[in-house]
Design a protein around this ligand. Structure first.
Ligand code: PMP
Length: 404
């Protein structure tokens, strides 16, 4: 286990005060704070070698290109992809999901073809498919879940038909914390020759992900949720799929040769990276991945599991507490409501105590409909949170509850 005080010192923002109270930051599911090494690395790149990548013959451009391509290798190693050609830099999870939805539908789907998602998806794994449905008439099918917040696997199998062309599911729910059985989903889908995309926005920050062991066909995540900068994310795609998919956007970097009559494209990953990439953010992401790797994903997992367990246990003391998401396979997220206190009221009053939580539908309105609620309060943990912070949260909720 790492030294939590030493780790917290790497994140100066955690020592700040809000409303004269020490900040208790429990909104890591939305975004994480950045360690000094990430901020320093990005500043150093802008200070010393800033130059556009890939097309320069001059020294600084080559240095910037080396950092950008080294970042691709760091990402490859982090998720254990076979090759860097399988690592596409995006703006984030949302862009990765949109890219695959658009390119996959263009190439492989006809009117009436089906995509399977789940009840608990983030809007970013629903709306891109609906945009395609409007254009092409594809059909969205939905894996239901139990009241505990677990996907019903028998129902998943029943949804598969000869028209099913892709399954796209989240690894970990940003609301319920449920760790979905993506290994089983992938195995079953592959038995029917159906590829699977996994939304790893909420899994990569919390435990070791191995895309080859999972055998997923596409995997997406965001840099900012794993202690890296905003504006950078990753789409992993098996080489055979990335080779077959058409480009998502056109522009510089992604072409082989352009004429007004005909244009040929680069090979993946550049085929999917039109325009100047955020090459400083890619470097920042690599430094963040090195940072969490040095702490150890297993140590981070164990620490956050303990926080989740402790928080769930202490919540039992609170009258009227209802926790959404009761799966035994649960990760770093505790969503709740207390009595009939509105989630916004709870969040706003906790904020006045210096406690940052998220409230609302968490970009999962269909899941809220399934749960029969408008929103929840969500505490989500990161590698730097402590049991003392959970205690402050519990005392804060008790204090707010007394006001109603
Ligand atoms: N999927 C899940 C499960 C998420 O939690 C989020 C972010 N809340 C996203 C997708 C979208 O990520 P981003 O906004 O970084 O693109």
């Amino acid at each position: 286990m790492y030294d939590i005080n030493q780790v917290r010192a790497d994140f100066p923002i955690l020592s700040r005060q809000v409303y004269d109270k020490p900040l208790v930051y429990l909104d890591n599911g939305a975004t994480t704070q950045k360690p000094l090494c990430v901020l320093d690395a990005m500043r150093a790149e802008y200070l010393n070698v800033n130059s556009n990548v890939h097309r320069g013959v001059h020294w600084m451009s080559q240095q910037a290109t080396e950092l950008h391509e080294a970042a691709r290798e760091t990402v490859r190693k982090f998720i254990n992809a076979k090759s860097t050609t399988e690592i596409v830099f995006t703006r984030g999870t949302t862009e990765g999901l949109n890219l695959v939805a658009s390119s996959f539908c263009d190439e492989f789907m006809q009117e009436g073809d089906e995509v399977i998602v789940s009840t608990m998806e983030h809007h970013s794994n629903i709306v891109p498919w609906q945009l395609q449905a409007r254009k092409k008439g594809i059909v969205l099918k939905v894996i239901p879940m139990t009241d505990k917040g677990e996907l019903i696997m028998d129902e998943f199998e029943k949804l598969i038909t000869p028209k099913t062309k892709l399954v796209s599911v989240m690894h970990v729910s940003n609301v319920l914390g449920t760790v979905n059985p993506v290994e089983d989903i992938i195995r079953i889908a592959h038995e029917h020759d159906i590829p699977v995309m996994v939304d790893g926005a909420q899994s990569t920050p919390h435990f070791k992900v191995d895309v080859q062991a999972l055998d997923c066909d596409f995997f997406v995540f965001s840099g900012h949720k794993i202690y890296g900068p905003t504006g950078i994310g990753v789409l992993y795609g098996k080489e055979e799929w990335l080779d077959k998919l058409p480009p998502y956007q056109g522009g510089g970097e992604m072409i082989d040769h352009v004429s007004f009559e005909n244009t040929t494209f680069e090979r993946p990953p550049l085929k999917f990276e039109a325009g100047t990439p955020d090459y400083v953010a890619s470097h920042g992401l690599a430094v963040a991945l090195d940072y969490v790797s040095a702490l150890g994903m297993d140590a981070i997992y164990a620490h956050e599991q303990e926080l989740t367990r402790y928080c769930t246990e202490r919540f039992q003391e609170i009258e009227g507490m209802h926790i959404f998401g009761q799966s035994d396979h649960k990760d770093a997220v505790v969503s709740f409501l207390v009595g009939d206190i509105h989630h916004m009221d709870m969040g706003t009053l906790l904020d006045r105590l210096g406690i940052a939580v998220r409230t609302g539908h968490h970009c999962a309105q269909p899941l809220m409909d399934r749960l029969g609620i408008l929103g929840t309060v969500r505490a989500s943990f990161g590698l730097y949170n402590t049991k003392e912070e959970v205690d402050i949260l519990v005392e804060g909720i008790k204090r707010v509850s007394k006001m109603f």
